[in-house]
Design a protein around this ligand. Structure first.
Ligand code: FCA
Length: 331
């Protein structure tokens, strides 16, 4: 073999060692990040994890996802990540007041942290300065209030026989802003505030909303038609199930959710329910983008912005298919 071709062979072989996926050389250097979510059973969070994994495949980093329903689980998950050599994590915390404890633990391992959906609150009650990506919650709520009002006008409903059923969860700012925004625009349009009936849910899921909505419906037996909004898809779906249980028909309900992940199967039902649509927010993209920001922070030292807000689009039974297919939620 001539000297020139031997050298070329060595060069190709060495390059190959870096390029072949899964080879030892690459695994040693591969960055690992965590993706911790408070409610791993919710489709919203499953989609975020899906987006983070997609990002990891594209950039060549590893994503370890862990469900963290309470504070003990979060702290154990951070230890677990440290043992796996993770350099940081994205988290939707089960309780925003855990922020200081989570940051202390992360800093002890020199891990970088990005929060998603729910923003850490410090001991002083103010939001902590930790990079955050979440919904433009008040604007999303305002769009829902306007939509409900317009739809009520289209159907020619009388104000005097209409009520608004609002299941709330005010201890979490991002979701409090969603219901407040909807109330603001609905009342600004002319809907009387005394016809808006609110009840807090004990848990931020469908069973919690079902129980809370039942309280509202039992307290206001005179209302014939209902506008429904809440903190997320789960809140609205739980309310719609409670309305159905009280004998209300789809034509007497205008319910709009927030999210799009959990309500997809509701919109797919062949017969329309009172759930007319949702503000679709792309959770796959939120997972992708937070993972990407964290990776670039770790690998390239690029600091993520402190506050990034995502908006949504109202999708109905007529439009969801096209919009959610384009976003990769449907085949
Ligand atoms: C909060 C809610 C979730 C989801 C997310 C975007 O964390 O609990 O259901 O709506 O905001």
């Amino acid at each position: 073999m001539k000297r020139g071709s031997f050298l070329r062979l060595v060069v190709i072989a060495t390059a190959g060692a870096f390029l072949v996926p899964g080879c030892a050389n690459r695994d040693d250097k591969q960055i690992t990040i965590g993706f911790l979510v408070k409610m791993p059973e919710e489709p919203w969070f499953q989609n975020e994890i899906k987006g983070a994994r997609k990002c990891g495949e594209q950039y060549g980093f590893k994503v370890v996802d862990i469900g963290v329903p309470d504070g003990d689980k979060v702290l154990a998950a951070i230890d677990n990540l440290a043992a796996q050599g993770a350099k940081g994590f994205v988290i939707c915390t089960p309780d925003v007041r855990l922020g200081p404890a989570i940051m202390a633990k992360a800093e002890s391992y020199r891990m970088k942290v990005i929060t998603v959906d729910d923003q850490f609150v410090g001991a002083d009650g103010a939001f902590m300065e930790v990079p955050y990506m979440g919904m433009a919650a008040r604007d999303i709520g305002r769009n829902i209030g306007k939509y409900l009002w317009d739809e009520m006008q289209k159907r020619g409903w009388e104000i005097g026989e209409t009520g608004a059923c609002v299941v709330t969860y005010d201890q979490l700012d991002t979701v409090r802003e969603r219901t407040e925004g909807a109330t603001e625009s609905l009342t600004a349009a002319g809907f009387p505030v005394e016809r808006i009936h609110r009840a807090p849910e004990a848990t931020i899921d469908q069973p919690g909303a079902f129980t809370a909505a039942n309280v509202i419906l039992t307290q206001h037996p005179g209302v014939k038609k209902w506008l429904v909004y809440s903190v997320n898809d789960e809140g609205v779906l739980g309310s719609v199930r409670a309305l159905e249980n009280h004998g209300f028909k789809p034509d007497d309900i205008i319910a709009v959710g927030i999210g799009g992940s959990t309500s997809l199967s509701e919109l797919e039902k062949p017969d329309p329910t009172g759930f007319v649509g949702t503000v679709f927010v792309n959770s796959i993209e939120e997972g992708y983008k937070t993972a990407e920001m964290l990776y670039k922070w770790i690998a390239e030292g690029i600091e993520p912005p402190l506050d990034t807000r995502t908006t949504g689009t109202i999708v109905t039974r007529e439009t969801y298919r096209q919009i959610m297919t384009e976003a990769g939620f449907l085949e």
